[in-house]
Design a protein around this ligand. Structure first.
Ligand SMILES: [Zn+2]
Ligand SMILES: [Zn+2]
Length: 68
């Protein structure tokens, strides 16, 4: 009983893109109108992007300034 075989790793369902439907500004589901960061392609709500631009905030992931 020396050959220990590890079970195969679990396969993930192809639903990982659901994480992309998440707005990092308000930490919730994206609205219909979206803004895509030109640098890192992270998607935010258009409204959140407008608020971020008004507040002088930048992309949470890459710190690229919001350009609308
Ligand atoms: Zn970005
Ligand atoms: Zn949002």
């Amino acid at each position: 009983m020396s050959d220990k075989k590890l079970p195969p790793p679990p396969t993930f369902p192809p639903s990982f893109t659901a994480a992309d439907k998440f707005c990092l500004f308000h930490k919730g589901d994206l609205s219909e109108a979206i803004y895509t960061c030109p640098k890192c392609k992270t998607i935010y709500c258009l409204e959140c992007a407008k608020n971020a631009q008004a507040d002088g905030k930048s992309c949470i992931k890459c710190k690229q300034i919001v350009l609308l």
